[in-house]
Design a protein around this ligand. Sequence first.
Ligand SMILES: [Zn+2]
Ligand SMILES: [Zn+2]
Length: 344
Amino acid sequence: MTKMNALIKAKAERGLTIAQVDKPKIKEGYALVKIQKTSICGTDLHIYEWDPWSQKTIKPGQIIGHEFCGVIEDIKGNTTFKKGDVVTAEGHIVCKECRNCRAGRETSCKYTFGIGVNIDGIFAEYALIPITNLVAVDKKIDKRVVSFMDAFGNATQTALCYPLVGEDVLITGAGPIGIMAAAVAKFCGARNVVITNRSEYRLELARKVVPGIVAISPQKEPISEVAKRLGIVEGFDIGLEMSGASQALNDMIDNMVCGGKIALLGVHKPDTMIDWNKVVFKTLTMKGIYGREMYDGWYKMNAMLSSHLDLTPLITHEFPYTKFEEAFELGLSGKCGKIILSWE
Ligand SMILES: [Zn+2]
Ligand SMILES: [Zn+2]
C-alpha cells in the first residue's frame, strides 16, 4: 500500500477532509508508526474552526493531529525501540542545539516545532515520527489513555511545578487538562482540590474523574465562600490557571494565600488586566507553562498511570475516524471529556 487515508485541512476554511495521501517512507532517525487511537485536542478544534491563530499557523494541505497511540511498523536508526513496540510521542520537536536544549531544558526551546501544527500530524493511518520523540508506554495503560498522554503531560507539568503535599489547590478551568491536573494534585497528596467552571457538565465530569474533588461554579458560589466552607483560612497555597479567562485569573489572585504560587497554562488575551499590586503585596509567584518535561515528565506520567491513577473516566466518546465531523462538532459543544478517534 502506497496510499493512506489522512485527515487534512484541505482548504483555508472551516472543517477538515479525509484525503488519500502518500504513505510516508521510512528514513534514518525515524519510526513508521501504524496509528491505532488518536485523541482530539483543543488545538485541533481551533484548526477545525479555522480561527485567526490557525489562519496564521496552518498550511492548507497539511495533516493535523498530535495525540496518538500506535505500533512501530518499521524503524531506522541506532535505538532500542523495535518493530511491534506500542508507542506514543512527545508532540514538540526541539532543536537540540540552543542553550536551553543543551542544558536539558528542552521545554523552553525557542525553536520548537509542533507535530500536526507546524509539520504534518498523525490523524492518519500511518505517521513518520522522529525516534527522539518516541515514548515507550507501560502495557498496562489503556491505549485510549495513551493516545492523550501528550495532553496529560501539560497537566502533569503544570501540577508538578510546585510541591503539592498537604497544600490547598485551586484550579480554574475544568476542561480535560484542568481535570487531569486535579487528578495529579489528588494523587500527589494535596489536601483540598477545588476546580471551577461555568459548565455543569464539566463540573460533573471532574467529580466523576477525581473522587473527593470540590467542583464549583464561581457564578453560583464565590470561591471565597467555598474556601471558608472547607476551612481554608488564609487562601489557596497553589493556583493552576487552565481557563485563559481573565475573570478566572483575577478570582485566583484574590483567593491566594500571601506567598502563594500560581502556574499559568491557559492562553490569555493580550489585553488581559490584573491588579499587579496584588501580586506585589501578596508576594505571589507566577510561572508560565508550555509543553512538558521531555524525559522526566513522560517517566512520571507512565509511573502514575501504571500505578493507581485512572484517567479512563475522562473518555466520554469514541468514533471511527470516518465520523470525524460528528466528533469535532461534539468537541466544540463542550459537552464531552476526551474524544477518541479510532484508526483500527
Ligand atoms: Zn494536545
Ligand atoms: Zn532548542
